[in-house]
Structures are given as C-alpha cells and as structure tokens.
Write a protein that binds this ligand. Structure first.
Ligand code: GLC
Ligand code: CA
Length: 526
C-alpha cells in the first residue's frame, strides 16, 4: 500500500442516515439537497468520506433496506441530478461517497419479485428462494427470520413458500442464479461510473444459503432465532469467489473501497472476508459491543488486528443506525466526558474510524415511550423487550431553532428534547464542547501520519483504568493515554521527551498526571 494519504485507510468515514440528516424541502424527511447544504460543515469537521445509508427507491418497510430499484434515487431523497451534484460538491471538498448496497434481498415491491410470484414459468421465478411446503403444509425447514417468526412466507397462489431472513417484505434473492450475479455486478459498475468511490455491503455473508436447505441444529437461546446454530442460512463458502468478482470490478477504478457488514459472525470470520481479492474491510461488532472498560477494548482490538491478514486494513466503529448510540451506552445523563474518551479512542487506535452522524456532538438516543410511537417494525414486534432502532435515528441537531434546524415541519421521528443545548451551533461556540474536542483530535490525526497508518502497540500491560498505546511510523512515535475513570491517575511515560499534541508543551516530568477522563496525545521529540 502507498505511503501517501489514502482516503479509506488514513481518512475518517462518516455515516449519514439520509432520512435524518437535513431536510431541504420541508417534508420532514432528510434528503440529498439537505446533505449538500451541510457539506461545508462536514468539510470543516474534517471527515474524508460519507457512507450514505440506502437512497434507492424503497417502500420503507425497513427504511431503505428494502430496495425496489437498484439504479435510481428515491424521489423523497431527490433526483439523479441531485445525486450527481452531491458527488461533484463532495469531490470539490475531497469528500468521497460510499453507497450502501442491500443485495441479499429486495423489497417485495421490486418488479423482479412482482414477476417472480406470478408463476413457476415466469423468467423471474427462480430469482428468489421458492420451496414446496412439507407434506403437512409446514414451512420447508426450521429457519427463522431475525426480525421474528419463520423465515418462510407462504404464497397461496403459487402454493410455495419464499425465504426471507428479515421482514417478509424483504424476500431473499437466489444468488445461485447467474442472472442475479450479472445483474448485481452491473449495479456496482453503474454507480462506479457515476463517480461513487465505494460501497458498504449490507449483510453480504447472508447472500448464499445451503443449497439443500438443511435444518439448522438447535442451541440454547431465548428467542426462537437464537435457539439454533446458524450454519446453513449464512456464511456459505460460495461467498469467497463472489467477493473476488466484486473486487475485480472495483479494482478497475481508482482508489475504490468496499466494506462489508458481516452478519452473525465473530471477529475471526469477519477478518477472513478481508484482504486482497476480498473486501477491503468488514465491520467488527465486538469492539462496539464492549462495556466501559479499557481492557475489553484493548482485547477486542488486539484480536481484530491479529485475525486480519497482512494485506487487510482494520476499521473500527462504535455506533451505527442499528444500535444504541455511543453516548447513550457509555455516558451518565448529559455528561460528555466518556463520549470524549470514546471518540478519542476511535480516532487514534489503528483502523479507519467510522463515525455515525451526531456522534461528534454526543447525540443521545431519543426515548421510546409508547408502542404506538414506534416507526421501526421490529420495535413493535418485540415490544417491550426491544423497542426497535428509532432511538438512534432521530434528526440531526443543528441549532436551537424549531425542530433543531433539521426541518421547519415536524420531522418523521422526534428531535431529542436536549436539542436546545446539544446542537452544532451552540457546541461550535463552546470551546469545551465534545464537537470542538472531536475536531481537535481530527486535526491532530490529520497532521500525524503515525496516527493514521502507524503500527499499534499497547503501552500498558494491565489496563486498570487507563488505555495507553503507541502508534509508530518510521521515526515518528506517538503515545495516546486515555483515562476511562473519574479518578485522577498517573502514568509513567517511556524514556524521552514528549510533546503534547494538544498544546505543544513538553513533558519533562516522566510521571504524567492524568485528570479524570483526560486524554493525552504526546509525540516523542527527535
Ligand atoms: C442490515 C442493516 C439493517 C437492516 C438489515 C436488513 O443489518 O444495517 O438496518 O435492517 O440489514 O437489510
Ligand atoms: Ca425532504
């Protein structure tokens, strides 16, 4: 890999959930023009790429993750011309665009599915996974949908069941059909030709299922989905050659990137999908699932780095559109100190950082109080055990005006009630805000190649409350020390003179005092 700045390795990727970022035409739903209007903000924040959650036409049963056309823009988000403008305006600011491809399943309103369920003679019949009922009428096997119930939905007209891992409105495609393969590989080319720089692949390791549809073996668990070993419905070996085909297409374009969302996979399996002839990267959920303890974060990072092959580059994330926000998981009330430590960790450990919109201002999940308020269908299914994913999808908090400056009309999900204080405008003015803290770390990271692509080594053997590590590149050596606790601690710096990258002060005293939740980033003086 190059010694020059490489956007997807050295830069920062920022995930936008388009419905909730910025509404330019005042219908309560975010859109492309809204994103364009906030590109200056993103440039100033210092990010290098945007991952857009799906923007394709969708009936929105799963808010864009049920696609009805892979080669168009949903009118609620704008037009193809708006998209081209977004690409152009982003490029001008050296911001790359990553699209979210949901190729495991389509919407049940996709023309392919509308054809497929017409008859067994239809040319599209075999594009989905149709199976006969068991002699007693039961579904073909014991596979469960992760969104609840059997994964098989009966179609009385056809007299067969179709398979869906998610909602029944999201029928899974038959990836063993060569027509699907061709069609989908063409989707990559279509968007690459429009100037897109990369893709995030939704649940890619679920594309192939066991060709004989064997039952999954039982295991202990609470929900029916968890009471079986998912060995036949995900992670089939056929994925590997397909990844190579995808990578071959991407490699025909300059500096492209593909990152996969591995589904039901541990660190090792996730790592196995990354490298030459495979994906550039995949999401390691272990890191984000950690409780607030430096040792846990360090262990999951070490495992991640060790599992990846030498030609793969790690990536890290703490938040996304499917999980409780970082600040809601780790902070107490509106106290941002832990969120700052978490952000500093994400931005300085080895691996491309992925930030989720609003993470930079410490946005919290909105509370879900009533079942009838829920938009995400799984929240209704599993209420009150699990309230769905609306919490982390609330509108971006821009200022203290009505609806936090997101829209002049009532947004599709409520704005968090803390928006009067917690918003971009007020945090920009406050030198101690998490936003200015994050910007500062990003600025430091931008100036120091060692923090981007340097080697990672733990600098403390038994992390009690401190996470300390070095990043080294050539002669440059940087040490990062993060205090995870509310206690004042000390840290014995290694030999040499260390300059703080926050204030350029040299530390002569080797015993460093570390305030509660303080972050130190120091560089060895040469
Ligand atoms: C992925 C997406 C999630 C979606 C699911 C089905 O896990 O991140 O939002 O519901 O796939 O497409
Ligand atoms: Ca809109």
């Amino acid at each position: 890999m190059t010694d020059e700045f490489l956007w997807w390795r050295d830069g920062i990727i920022y995930q936008i959930y388009p419905r909730s970022f910025m509404d330019a035409n005042d219908d309560g739903i975010g859109d492309l023009k809204g994103i364009i209007s906030r590109l200056d903000y993103l440039e100033n924040l210092g990010i290098d790429a945007i991952w857009l959650s799906p923007i394709f036409p969708s009936p929105d049963v799963d808010f864009g993750y049920d696609v009805a056309n892979y080669k168009d823009i949903d009118p609620k988000f704008g037009t193809m011309a708006d998209f081209s403008q977004l690409i152009e305006e982003a490029k001008r600011r050296k911001i790359h665009i990553i699209l979210d491809l949901v190729l495991n399943h389509t919407s049940d309103q996709h023309p392919w599915f509308l054809e497929s369920n017409k008859s067994k003679d239809n040319p599209y019949y075999d594009w989905y996974l149709w199976q006969d009922p068991k002699p007693n009428g039961d579904p073909p096997n014991n596979w469960q949908a992760i969104f609840g119930g059997s994964a098989w939905e009966y179609d009385p007209d056809l007299g067969q069941y179709y398979y869906h891992m998610f909602y029944k409105e999201q029928p899974d495609l038959n990836w063993r059909n060569p027509d699907i393969r061709q069609e989908m590989l063409d989707v990559f080319r279509f968007w690459l030709d429009k100037g897109v720089d990369g893709f995030r692949l939704d649940v890619f390791n679920a594309y192939f299922k066991d060709p004989e549809f064997k039952d999954n073996p039982p295991k202990f668990g609470i929900r029916a989905f968890d009471r079986q070993e998912h060995i036949h419905d995900v992670s089939q070996p056929e994925m590997m050659p397909l990844l190579k085909d995808i990578r071959d297409i991407l490699d025909q374009y300059d500096q492209t990137y593909v990152v996969g969302e591995t589904f039901l996979a541990d660190t090792e399996r996730t790592a196995n999908y990354c490298g030459n002839d495979k994906l550039h990267a995949a999401f390691n959920f272990k890191f984000a699932e950690n409780r607030w303890h430096p040792k846990r974060f360090l262990t999951s990072l070490t495992e991640w780095y060790q599992s990846l092959s030498v030609n793969a580059w790690p990536n890290n994330f703490l938040s996304n559109h499917d999980m409780t926000r970082t600040a809601s998981r780790y902070c107490f009330g509106e106290d941002d100190r832990r969120a700052k430590v978490a952000a500093a960790m994400l931005l300085t450990v080895k691996g491309t950082p992925f930030m989720y919109y609003g993470e930079e201002i410490g946005m919290r999940d909105i509370p879900i109080r009533k079942k009838s308020d829920i938009k995400d269908p799984i929240g209704k299914t599993f209420w009150p055990l699990f309230k769905g994913r609306d919490g982390c999808r609330s509108p971006m908090q821009w200022n203290d005006e009505e609806n936090a400056g997101f829209s002049i009309i009532e947004p599709w999900l409520p704005v968090h009630s803390n928006f009067n204080e917690r918003n971009v405008e007020s945090q920009t003015a406050d030198p101690d805000s998490i936003l200015n803290f994050v910007k500062n770390i990003i600025r430091i990271r931008k100036n120091e190649p060692a923090l981007q692509r340097g080697d990672f080594n733990p600098a403390i053997t038994d992390p009690g409350h401190l996470l300390a590590f070095t990043r080294t590149l050539g002669a440059d050596k940087i040490i990062v020390i993060l205090n995870f606790s509310s206690r004042e601690l000390t840290y014995q710096l290694p030999d040499g003179d260390w300059v703080s990258l926050f204030d350029n002060q040299t530390t002569e005293n080797k015993l460093l005092k570390i305030n509660p939740y303080q972050v130190h980033i120091l560089k060895l003086k040469d």
